[in-house]
Design a protein around this ligand. Structure first.
Ligand code: ZN
Length: 315
């Protein structure tokens, strides 16, 4: 079957006012508490499950016509093809990113709904520049889902089957990257490394200062996490050494994990489970978010005879 130049993934579940999976999970309990009866809850649960399954099936069918990126051929890097970036190279990158972020700082904030539409366009254009095919998807996002309580260390989520995306907290300058990362999943790339690098390159090369800023901030943040794993004090010291302007400094400090017993106990337990799940699905684990991400850009930056220009990995 020849590929179409444009396909549309309907993402019907994302237009539902509440997450359908949350309704499936919560309806019987809510009905017991509110009505003292289980029957209405079960009916709602089945109806939500039907809508959910229908949406998933339609998306799956549409995705069969998708031309997928060959990461090895285009970038010379993939989940199992990464060169380790040396520490001194990471440190140099931190300094250069800090200079660029300071010099090109913008305080523009795009409201979330408008931002979602803009980054979705940027991402669709970027992916089409590689594959020659536009994959149109929904720009809907929601603020509330049960996942926010299960993964207190996360800032957003994309439910892989329906493409339902939720953003849990306001991360300021990082938000364009967070939303774009989740939208990469929605377009059918489920691996975290792929979401990280495609979001970075799409925003970095978008020409919009506020989106370029977000990509650079994400890269700097991830470099610092690799250089100072699980060490908030060293992370902070390294940030002040970098000489970031106060507005940027604030945004980075707000990324520190939520305090409190719930956040730490549930957070640590779920993080281990999440890491294990990633390893079961052909990924390297949670390290793909930072070490894998920065190693990918480093590897691509040195690659010979690949499909894409290495300037896409620029700082
Ligand atoms: Zn992700």
């Amino acid at each position: 079957m020849p590929y179409q130049d444009e396909i549309r993934i309907p993402n019907d579940a994302t237009y539902s006012p509440v997450s359908l999976l949350d309704v499936v999970a919560a309806a019987p309990l809510a009905s017991r508490i509110l009505l003292g009866a289980t029957a209405p809850g079960r009916a709602i649960q089945l109806a939500a499950l039907g809508l959910y399954a229908g949406s998933v099936a339609r998306d799956w069918t549409a995705r069969q016509g998708m031309r997928r990126i060959d990461f090895r051929a285009e970038f010379g890097a993939d989940v199992d093809l990464l060169s380790e970036q040396p520490a001194h190279s990471r440190e140099t990158e931190v300094q250069r990113l800090a200079v660029l972020l300071n010099r090109e700082y913008t305080d523009e904030r795009v409201p979330r709904k408008r931002l979602a539409v803009r980054v979705n366009e940027v991402l669709t254009d970027f992916l089409a520049s590689i594959t020659g095919q536009r994959v149109e998807t929904s720009s809907e996002i929601r603020d509330v889902t049960l996942a926010a309580f299960l993964f207190p260390f996360a800032v957003g989520s994309c439910e892989p089957l329906s493409g339902d995306v939720a953003i849990f907290r306001d991360t300021g300058i990082f938000e364009p990257h967070v939303v774009t990362h989740e939208f990469v999943h929605r377009k059918g790339y489920l691996k975290e490394l792929h979401a990280q690098v495609l979001a970075y390159m799409a925003l970095r090369n978008s020409g919009y200062p506020v989106l370029v800023q977000s990509a650079r901030a994400e890269r700097l943040h991830r470099q610092l996490r690799v250089l100072h794993p699980e060490d908030p004090d060293a992370f902070e010291a390294s940030l002040s050494d970098a000489g970031l302007r106060p507005e940027l400094m604030d945004a980075f400090l707000r990324l520190r994990p939520a305090a409190g017993l719930y956040g730490s106990v549930v957070g640590e337990a779920m993080k281990k489970l999440y890491d294990a799940r990633m390893k079961l699905t052909g990924q390297n684990g949670i390290s793909d978010y930072d070490r894998g991400f920065t190693n990918f850009l480093y590897t691509f930056g040195l690659a010979e005879s690949v499909g894409q220009p290495r300037t896409l990995a620029a700082l």
